[in-house]
Design a protein around this ligand. Structure first.
Ligand SMILES: [Ca+2]
Ligand SMILES: [Ca+2]
Length: 178
């Protein structure tokens, strides 16, 4: 009985102490309830990046807040300091497009219009050049990972995936005991 009580207390303590933390699969970075995966091996076009994330049960990232954007920019920058990819040539695809209606940007994961934006306005982004065919969203290392619209079939971005994390605080302590 004492052992069971000790186990219950321990499990409850773990549950309480982890109330606000996010659990992610190996290789994924937790941030405020989501898990993020920066895949920096193959350069893909936007559609292939979308498929890449879906194959990992995730979506191309949806950026809802300035804080989330800061987190992504921070890690995008960190990732390339010691690799062969230069910061200048590094782009990550984000999960938004204005392919349906020119100028109306939507997140593909939610079909909702952007409620936060970080366009590189000092470089006239979104620029919609190339006959309005710049329909996909990237963060570009060359421009401090500010948002740019580029052509979707450009095969020079890395996928940046997001999935819901699991919260350690949400589990019933008793369910952990077989
Ligand atoms: Ca998000
Ligand atoms: Ca552009």
């Amino acid at each position: 009985m004492d052992a069971l009580l000790a186990t219950l207390t321990l499990v409850a303590l773990i549950a309480v102490s982890g109330a606000s933390s996010t659990c992610c699969k190996n290789g994924w970075l937790p941030y405020k309830g989501s898990c993020y995966y920066f895949f920096d091996e193959n350069l893909l076009n936007w559609n292939d990046a979308l498929t890449f994330c879906k194959n990992k049960d995730a979506e191309l990232v949806t950026v809802e807040t300035a804080n989330e954007n800061r987190f992504l920019v921070h890690f995008a920058g960190k990732l390339f300091r010691n690799t062969t990819h230069s910061r200048v040539n590094t782009m990550f695809w984000l999960g938004a497009s204005d392919d349906d209606i020119e100028g109306i940007w939507k997140w593909v994961a939610t079909d909702e219009e952007l409620n936060f934006e970080n366009w590189d306005v000092s470089n006239n982004q979104p620029s919609s050049i190339h006959d309005n065919h710049e329909d996909c969203l990237v963060i570009k290392g060359e421009y401090d990972f500010m948002w740019h619209d580029v052509e979707c079939d450009a095969e020079h971005g890395f996928p940046l995936c997001e999935m819901q994390g699991t919260s350690t605080g949400g589990t019933n302590p008793l369910s952990a005991i077989g």
